[in-house]
Design a protein around this ligand. Sequence first.
Ligand code: UTP
Length: 492
Amino acid sequence: MREPSSVGIEGNNNGVVSPPPPQALLERLKDYGQEDVFALWDELSHDEREYLVKDIESLDLSRIDRIIRCSLRSQGLPAAAIEPVPESSVSTVDERTHEERERWWKMGLKAISDGKLAVLLLSGGQGTRLGSSDPKGCFNIGLPSGKSLFHLQAERILCAQRLAAHATESSASSVQIHWYIMTSPFTDEATRKFFESHKFFGLEAEQVTFFQQGTIPCVSKDGRYIMETPYRVAKAPDGNGGVYSALKSTRLLEDMASKGIKYIDCYGVDNALVRVADPSFLGYFIDKGVAAAAKVVRKAYPQEKVGVFVRRGKGGPLTVVEYSELDPSLASAVNQGTGRLRFCWSNVCLHMFTLDFLNQVANSLEKDSIYHLAEKKIPSIHGYTMGLKLEQFVFDVFPYSPTTALFEILREEEFAPVKNANGSNYDTPDSAKLLVLRLHTRWVIAAGGFLTHSVPLYATGVEVSPLCSYAGENLEPICRGRTFHAPCEITF
Ligand code: UTP
């Protein structure tokens, strides 16, 4: 929808009796207590009125009303009792045997080679903390290669394809992992252009599908729409959990089924070490035969600001409790036997689902209509005003899963978050870059390589192109006996 050319209130109807707002639309708005959106109707120009009517017509008023009511009502309800995740639901790094690692890796590669895995990227966030106007995936975190987050992820997909083809003695071109990328109105155009201008980073253009998540009006505490301008309702993306309804409304679940996809690897864009399409995790998931799984890291200390997996009620489903909702005494409770935190499995937005489960869960989430309410500054006709953004989270589906398994990973190997701008204390492009360089330096040394460096090693290192190695494997022929001067990228 094009913005009207005149912006703001023009007072351009002086002396002319203005036509009233469309009656039917006004009546519908009244049904939901939202008629105030027409409060400044008399002061709008013709174009602005048309824009406003179209803006309202684009909203599913009854659905939004249901979401607002259910979400406001669920506020402040007592939290259900929780228990720690049972040990049997977690594969820990310490207990993972060599045989399991090998078996899961091979099972994962076989499933990839059979075309059963799709990768689903959540990339609709506005990345306000990072402070870049581009989508987060376009961000160059300062690695020697200068690669963006999208670029690193694309090359990891290419590498997983190649490993799968090799393991199953298939031709390289016959293995293709489909990449579904969720954008939002704030990131869509720039994301598509970035991929096009980088020739899809070596992937086939047809193996990438972009789709947009929905937006939802921002509301005041009493549930009324906030107006961003006199002729437009303020809206925000419906959270990364909007992925479920977006997959359904865009019919992409059917698209996946038609391609023979059975498993979906779902992750956030802002992790520089993300192992996209990880064969080990996929093999574990298939072996366990569960509907949903998550990679988890051990919570570093009791007050760490991360959500943790818990079991809801006695024998209930696994679910994520946010740090703000976890009672401090429970957050620091220690298991007497092991001396470790009882609630220790942190969620890092790395999930695996069966397609069957995604088909079921979209309906359940829609029926329950409970969104998280985040109090935020919303741009409005009165300047920035405090209001509520309604969001679903990608982990909201876990309570609906009949079976869930957790897979422990090591932070230093797979978790380098990019959340805040450089200069902040943690989770910055700089901290993520160093995590990548440190890990890759360890790989190179383990593979018999040597390093020279003119700045201290803690501040530099080498980068290994994902085209050479997915997780440190196959580096000996490239590294043994060679010396690399850090910082540099090792590639073919
Ligand atoms: P964050 O919760 O970190 O939000 O997203 P953000 O938008 O990236 O950053 P801030 O909070 O504005 O600074 C975690 C993941 O979920 C995606 C993000 O793109 C990121 O991959 N996300 C977030 C969506 O896809 N849609 C959303 O509506 C929100």
